[in-house]
Ligand binder design. Structure first.
Ligand SMILES: [Zn+2]
Length: 109
């Protein structure tokens, strides 16, 4: 089910979720709704939360979706690359320390 901006108005006038709390503005990062903001229960994911949910932004255009999803994929690739670079750096750091240790021990004995 897809809510549109116009659907929000009557419920947003309540300005409280079914728990009786003020909802909070969050951002969706799913492939279908990347970067689209919505109002949700502040206790979402916790025991006893309600299912209060309304889009704050209109549905994104296909072009916008493909650009944002492409950028998100690129960012994930960069994150993975950073992890690999970190692993390589740790390997060389350890190798360097072992080399230093080797030469120190060799000069002592
Ligand atoms: Zn709630």
């Amino acid at each position: 089910m897809d809510h549109h901006f116009g659907d929000c108005t009557p419920v947003m006038k309540r300005r409280i979720c079914y728990c009786g709390e003020l909802p909070i503005l969050k951002t969706s990062w799913t492939e279908i709704n990347p970067g689209r903001r919505f109002w949700g229960c502040r206790f979402y994911g916790k025991v006893g939360c309600c299912d209060f949910f309304y889009w704050a932004d209109p549905a994104p255009h296909e072009r916008y979706k493909s650009v944002i999803n492409g950028l998100l994929r690129k960012r994930n690739e960069v994150d993975k690359e950073k992890v690999n670079i970190g692993k390589t750096a740790r390997f060389y750091k350890i190798a360097l320390w072992l080399l230093v240790l080797f030469f120190v021990l060799r000069s002592v004995f």
